[in-house]
Design a protein around this ligand. Structure first.
Ligand code: AMP
Length: 252
């Protein structure tokens, strides 16, 4: 497993769709990692995906990031399906499988990329997981594993309600756990720190219920396939990261 590097591909083909090409393509690796990351909102899955992306040189493919990128577009620049998807998202509900799968179908080049991938936030339902297995089979690609990050509910609620995101560069902070040097201001770009619409208490409750209902059955799905790797998500992001790397080293 190679050392951590700060150079990150811009993920243009993922965030903007197949018409865009990535300015810095990931290198074609002899051992590309192809992983799915699971975990309830707030377990720190996105942070782990970023840390793993630097270490494994694989792109973090977050479906939530695609929706957030579309939010920045004018309504006439988005498809009607994408505009409808943003409505589900702002209420904390899951976007319908058909919309999510159409979006993934447009981006399969990111799944076949020689740098591997870290799927973050997809699949979220068994229907999506079955569709992903179908796409990968068709492309002759196998998943290396599914990392399932686990954390007690009270800790999840505290993490989410204190989370702040930079409106500019999207860096993530926590009002007590990982504060910025100046309250409300991003250390990295000076941008304004905001609370994500779906981190508000009301939306968090809906998201947790959606997770329990739709996403928990995924663990059973992947356990049956022998792909599930459970990781305790307590401690600092670095501790969780080292725990993850240890597990992956053992699978090489
Ligand atoms: P995330 O950043 O992964 O927490 O995603 C933010 C929101 O985007 C979710 O609460 C959903 O509304 C929507 N979303 C992202 N990925 C999916 C998915 N795979 N299936 C359904 N909805 C999704």
């Amino acid at each position: 497993m190679s050392e951590t590097t700060n150079l990150r591909p811009d993920r243009a083909a993922w965030l903007k769709g197949p018409a865009a090409s990535c300015s810095m393509k990931p290198e074609v690796l002899a051992r590309p990692w192809r992983l799915v990351l699971l975990g309830a909102p707030g377990v720190g899955k996105g942070t782990q995906a970023e840390l793993l992306g630097s270490r494994l040189k694989a792109c973090q493919l977050s479906t939530g990031d695609v929706f957030r990128a579309a939010k920045g577009l004018k309504e006439c620049e988005r498809s009607p399906a994408m505009t409808a998807a943003l409505g589900y998202m702002s209420r904390g509900e899951l976007v319908p499988d058909t919309t999510v799968l159409a979006m993934i179908q447009e981006r399969t080049s990111c799944l076949t990329c020689g740098g591997g991938f870290l799927l973050d936030g997809f699949p979220r339902t068994v229907t999506q997981a079955e569709a992903l297995q179908g796409i990968l089979k068709e492309k002759g690609i196998k998943l290396d594993g599914v990392l399932d990050y686990r954390l007690p509910l009270e800790e999840i609620v505290s993490r989410l309600s204190g989370r702040r995101t930079c409106a500019g560069c999207k860096a993530v902070y926590h009002v007590t756990g990982r504060p910025s040097k100046v309250a409300g201001v991003c250390d990295q770009c000076g941008g304004k720190l905001v609370q994500r619409e779906d981190d508000r208490a009301e939306a968090v409750r809906v998201r947790m219920a959606a997770y329990q209902q739709s996403t928990s059955p995924l663990t059973a799905f992947y356990e049956k396939l022998g792909l599930l790797i459970t990781i305790e998500a307590t401690g600092t992001p670095e501790e969780i990261f080292l725990r993850t790397v240890d597990v992956l080293q053992a699978r090489i």
